[in-house]
Write a protein that binds this ligand. Sequence first.
Ligand SMILES: Cc1cc2nc3c(=O)[nH]c(=O)nc-3n(C[C@H](O)[C@H](O)[C@H](O)COP(=O)(O)OP(=O)(O)OC[C@H]3O[C@@H](n4cnc5c(N)ncnc54)[C@H](O)[C@@H]3O)c2cc1C
Length: 276
Amino acid sequence: MDLNTVVEVRDARDRGAWQTGDAWLGGGTYLFSEPQPHLRRLIDLSRTGWEPLRITTGGDLEIAATCTIAELSEYPKPAGWRAAPLFQQCCRAFLASWKIWNMATFGGNLCNSLPAGPMISLSAGLDGVALLLDQDGGRRRVPVADFVLGAGRNVLRRGELLRSVTLPARALAARTAFRQASLYGLGRSGVLLIGAVDPFDGTLTLTITASTVRPIQLRFPVPPNAEAVREAVENAVEPHEYFDDIHGLPAWRRHLTFRYAQEIRRELTQTQEAGR
Ligand SMILES: Cc1cc2nc3c(=O)[nH]c(=O)nc-3n(C[C@H](O)[C@H](O)[C@H](O)COP(=O)(O)OP(=O)(O)OC[C@H]3O[C@@H](n4cnc5c(N)ncnc54)[C@H](O)[C@@H]3O)c2cc1C
């Protein structure tokens, strides 16, 4: 769609001072999908030249904000990454057309902060940490699980840029389980839960997304029984935090959240016991 209040598209490498009405432009798949009457300038990130995906010397994976869903999906995952299947599972959890697949960016998905943001699910589920840059060159790091505050709301301050997300080597080596539901085939996620078992201390982490307005993370240092998981979910999610929109009623999302939490518990704790 034409954004007829936008008077300039500027290269992010030469952006000048941040002005009221500015917005970072990632792939533009959200920005160009509906009217944005408050916007005057788009600050285009596409020519930053940031390496989309990079393994650090410590074995962590750094994902640039400008990395597309297609690049993330195609990236060859090293054999030691037991969490590798999650990448494809989350990339496929998009309501994705060809345009979204090839244009939408990892960072744009996080910054859009929709409950159904599958890159939020992936990076929160794998203990990702976001690197944020402010207009004065200051940096801060925020766990992705704390980055999203509510539907369409996040911790970004005026003019702040999401530069990258780092997934720790330890999380990439975790055994994982994935459950997702949509009201219709290839639809937007109504519920998306990820379980991950720490390869060193066996802690089970359960990350609830899509059914809730923000990611909610639960950690179980010892393998939990059904009651412990039920109680933890009950205590962690306030009734008003189950998201309500056209993609699913809160009662349906709540029901599947409890069900998938138990399925993941069984899948990951039974194999843990068998492996001892
Ligand atoms: C048909 C269709 C289906 C969709 N399905 C889904 C879906 O299933 N799940 C979902 O979550 N979304 C969905 N979307 C919304 C959107 O396409 C995605 O959220 C996408 O990932 C946004 O990425 P982008 O790079 O295109 O972001 P953009 O449209 O470029 O930007 C989105 C927002 O993030 C800000 N932004 C972008 N990059 C940065 C950065 N690095 N730092 C700070 N701010 C930044 C922008 O200013 C803007 O506010 C869908 C959209 C359409 C049109």
